[in-house]
Design a protein around this ligand. Structure first.
Ligand code: KE4
Length: 432
């Protein structure tokens, strides 16, 4: 039994100084019950909490740790950069080098602007699309999460679903009026929205593989259909690849599915664990960004030299070792196949979605292809399963509406440990 008295005490203490005791809502374990574990260190596939418990981890800082924690090349790049000061607020060579590297990796990106989070990337991309088209409305998809920018907290995913407040207080009616929503994978609904708002839609933004309602894949033809709709109506197609970028392929989902958007937003892996986001796309659109163009966007720590050093080391490693992606897919497929075998033995039938090194188990027997079908999951059962896995030293995302991430640090032996825990936790969760 993994007890965590120090984490519990820290969590109580944190309530007095931090809203909800955490700096990002999903970390609070509200969707699964119990108290979050306060971590002190992580290395490779393992995280270690304040009480000395070890966990095999499948959140990987919500995506960035694709090579496992504390990979040598990223650690060294940061250590080498630190003596030169942490920030200049002036242009540096590294920013040019990482921009050129991103352009060489991501098909849609001809120019790119660095920011400090995925939220900043998506907020900025929408503003640029509006400035470029002179239009106001955007279309997003129910269950997709694009960070906490006002325009996106409408039928949002991730923590917003988990907290059950997809339309957050504080988002004004004015803002909400400019955000139209459609069910994921539903091209007809998009066409209806576009026909009802001719010449008014600046952008369609989506996760090309959705990871914030649990993992949901694009149906065949969905991405291509959106590409065609945007071409016909002069709408900017934005792939939010904050999660899938550098995760599903060196060039992200747009490389994997062969569909090129007009703009792409990036985050997570791009910073190797440091706070980095980016948005980029066609030159003619990106040249609307100040100071080249009239759309204003800025940031004190954008392109920070320490963060750029970490990101550069990470992206260079991924670009130079594309075999990583096949390895990750094989490991993840072994996990998913093992889980299906476990369910067969237990006479259970839950839905598992996987693409590359991302997967989710939904506690529903229905196919999960959008937000509505994801919500047929038994979230109480998920909570019991989550805690059973946690007790067995397996650290999963504390919400049914999140994707899991496999890192290159997950070995066959750790897959076996995961599957043993999965069998026992599935069994135990049914009984409670
Ligand atoms: P950040 O602002 O959290 O760096 O990125 C926002 C964001 C944008 N777009 C996509 C597709 C994302 O998945 C995210 C952030 N993902 C969540 C995990 N579902 C971050 C975890 C959290 O909120 O603590």
């Amino acid at each position: 039994m993994k007890i965590a008295p120090i984490s519990n005490e820290l969590f109580q203490r944190a309530q007095h100084s931090i809203p909800g005791g955490v700096n990002s809502p999903v970390r609070a374990f509200r969707a699964v019950g119990g108290n979050p574990r306060f971590m002190v260190s992580a290395r490779g596939p393992y995280m270690f909490d304040e009480d000395g418990n070890q966990y095999i981890e499948f959140i990987n800082s919500w995506g960035p740790m694709i090579l496992g924690h504390a990979p040598e090349m990223v650690q060294k790049a940061v250590q080498d950069a630190i003596p030169n000061s942490l920030s200049f607020g002036a242009p540096t060579r590294k920013e040019v080098e990482i921009a050129e590297l991103i352009i060489s990796m991501v098909p849609s990106v001809e120019k790119v602007r660095m920011v400090n989070s995925g939220t900043e990337a998506t907020m900025s991309a929408i503003r640029v699309a509006r400035g470029y088209t002179g239009r106001s409305k955007i279309i997003k998809f129910e269950g997709c999460y694009h960070g906490h920018g006002d325009s996106f907290l409408i039928a949002a995913g991730s923590g917003a679903i988990t907290l059950g407040v997809p339309d957050s207080p504080g988002v004004t009616k004015g803002v909400a009026l400019d955000t139209l929503t459609a069910p994921y994978n539903n091209l007809e609904a998009v066409k209806t929205l576009v026909d009802a708002n001719p010449g008014e839609i600046a952008a369609i933004i989506l996760e090309p593989v959705a990871g914030n309602m649990g993992l949901v894949l694009p149906k065949p033809g969905f991405l291509q259909g959106l590409r065609q709709i945007c071409d016909q109506d002069g709408i900017v197609l934005i792939f939010d690849e904050v999660m899938t970028g550098f995760r599903l392929a060196p060039g992200g989902a747009q490389e994997l599915y062969g569909i090129t958007p007009d703009m792409t937003t990036l985050g997570k892996i791009i910073g190797g664990g440091m706070p980095v986001g980016a948005y980029g796309g066609k030159k003619e659109i990106m040249d609307f960004v100040a100071p080249a163009g009239p759309v204003y966007q800025a940031g004190t720590l954008s392109g920070n030299p320490i963060a750029m050093s970490a990101g550069m080391a990470m992206l260079q490693h991924l670009q130079q070792n594309p075999g990583i992606y096949r390895q990750l897919e094989q490991t993840t497929t072994a996990i998913v196949s093992g889980m299906k075998a476990n369910m067969q033995k237990l006479g259970l039938q839950y839905t598992i979605n996987q693409v590359g090194s991302m997967f989710s188990i939904f506690f529903t027997d229905q196919p999960v292809t959008d937000f509505e079908s994801a919500k047929t999951s038994d979230t109480a059962l998920f909570g019991r399963y989550f805690n059973s896995m946690l007790q067995r030293g397996i650290y999963l995302a504390p919400s049914q509406y999140e994707a899991l991430f496999v890192s290159t640090a997950i070995t066959d032996e750790l897959v076996a440990q995961y599957l043993k825990a999965n069998f026992e936790a599935l069994q135990e969760a049914q009984q409670q």
